[in-house]
Design a protein around this ligand. Structure first.
Ligand code: 5RP
Length: 259
């Protein structure tokens, strides 16, 4: 691996623990104003210092994020359809030049395995990796967003492996039973998305299960920013991911922050 690629990757997944807490706040790119992110600047500013990396669109970056932050950025570079359309109709919307201009440590896009336009999204991933490798830019591939595919280890394992084979350097997917099988079949680090808002203890349990099954961390959104204590929740998730805290210990961190 080239120095630049390795260096950027280690900003996203710090070598100290080999794990990461990415904060996903890109939801508006297809959902519009999302619960918990309506006033995005107010919502994310207190969370940024607790994240290892911010997963974000260029529009939010320019308008709502202080450029003096030292949290690394991973830029969502795909888009096209809204939540009202066919989600798999995505294309690349943000150039590599723009990612470099914004000082991104990585770029991310979705692939839609099993959906109407799976072939186009997978080919788009290949093209993005080709370009990203030229500049030493890691690519995060996001799998299994959208239509309710059976989110089991067989489906998610297939989607993650395809993403890695096409050249993704990190894969983001959902947690499922037998998650170790998904990890086993994927030669690059996997981070989990949180998915729909769960009660806090359940979200922390899911985080612990994923880490124990071999995940390299989380790229979590709604279970943090829709919590009644977003800062408490990100600190609790961090404790599990980086310190091996138990769910009870992490829940205590969340509860005291809430008080
Ligand atoms: C949407 C995304 C989100 O970043 C991802 O789903 C993580 O957010 P959440 O934890 O809310 O699921 O990639 O396409």
């Amino acid at each position: 691996m080239d120095f630049g690629l390795k260096n950027r990757l280690s900003r996203i997944i710090p070598a100290k623990t080999g794990k990461t807490v990415m904060l996903a706040v890109d939801h508006g790119y297809f959902q519009g104003p999302t619960t918990g992110l309506k006033d995005i600047k107010k919502s994310i500013t207190p969370l940024i210092p607790h994240a290892n990396c911010l997963f974000v669109t260029r529009g939010i970056l320019r308008n709502s994020v202080d450029p003096r932050i030292d949290t690394p950025l991973c830029l969502r570079v795909s888009g096209g359809p809204s939540i009202l359309g066919e989600l798999s109709n995505e294309d690349i919307t943000t150039s590599m030049e723009e990612a470099l201009r914004l000082n991104a440590a990585g770029v991310g896009m979705s692939i839609f395995v099993g959906a109407a336009n799976e072939d186009r999204t997978i080919a788009n991933l290949g093209r993005l990796v080709n370009e990203a490798e030229r500049y030493g830019m890691p690519v995060l591939a996001i799998t299994a967003v959208g239509k309710e595919m059976a989110r089991d280890a067989r489906y998610l394992g297939r989607a993650c492996r395809i993403a890695a084979e096409i050249g993704a350097h990190i894969v983001k997917t959902y947690y499922c039973d037998d998650f170790e099988k998904v990890v086993e079949g994927c030669p690059v680090p996997i981070v989990i998305a949180g998915g729909k808002k769960l009660p806090e203890r359940e979200a922390l349990q899911m985080t612990e299960n994923a880490i124990k099954a071999g995940a390299s961390g989380v790229d979590m959104g709604r279970n943090i920013f829709q919590s009644d204590s977003p800062v408490g929740m990100i600190k609790a998730v961090r404790a599990i991911v980086h310190k091996g805290a138990s769910v009870d210990e992490a829940f205590e961190i969340y509860s005291s922050a809430k008080k």
